[in-house]
Design a protein. Structure first.
Length: 174
């Protein structure tokens, strides 16, 4: 019994085909938008590195008469920041990933130490840039003083002004 596809099977096949094509198109659009955003972020990072470099160069020029060693150091840092910003601008993400992989394999302790320090810096920047309303507790949310019943079995809160640790007089060593 050899039958051709029924009209409903053809409809299902057409719907599946259309859905697959739409998914491919959507995936391509999302990939392009992600690449565009990544290029913008990469350019922004390079610009920020250039801003830091310019600031360090100016400070180095300002202190050149007072401390030539510090001025030399600022020139060195400035040069490295220039190379870093040029690298970020001119290198694609795949090459950056490969370079980071090579560095991590050659110097794993240095690489993970850098990641740790970078995380600390980013965490502090995020904490510093948080809005006051996000970090401050409104007065209505302040904890109310807890009242304890006058019972010997309940531990009373210790006096915060007392020296740490607070040892009752009966437990002192003689």
């Amino acid at each position: 019994m050899n039958q051709d596809k029924s009209p409903s099977a053809e409809n299902v096949s057409n719907v599946l085909s259309d859905t697959k094509e739409r998914l491919r198109q959507t995936a391509a659009e999302v990939k392009e938008q992600a690449a565009k955003l990544a290029r913008q972020r990469k350019s922004g990072l390079a610009d920020q590195l250039d801003d830091y470099r310019e600031t360090i160069e100016k400070k180095g020029e300002d202190i050149e008469q007072e401390d030539p060693n510090l001025a030399w150091l600022s020139q060195q840092v400035s040069g490295r920041l220039r190379r870093a910003s040029d690298y970020v601008r001119s290198t694609d993400f795949e090459t950056m990933r490969e370079d980071a992989e090579v560095i991590a394999r050659r110097n794993p302790a240095l690489f993970f130490g850098g990641l740790f320090l970078g995380g600390l810096v980013i965490g502090n920047l995020l904490k510093a840039s948080a809005t006051p309303s996000a970090t401050a507790r409104p007065e209505s949310a302040a904890p109310s003083p807890t009242t304890y019943p006058e019972n010997e079995d309940v531990v009373q809160p210790r006096d915060e002004s007392a020296a740490w640790p607070a040892v009752p007089p009966s437990e002192t060593i003689k």
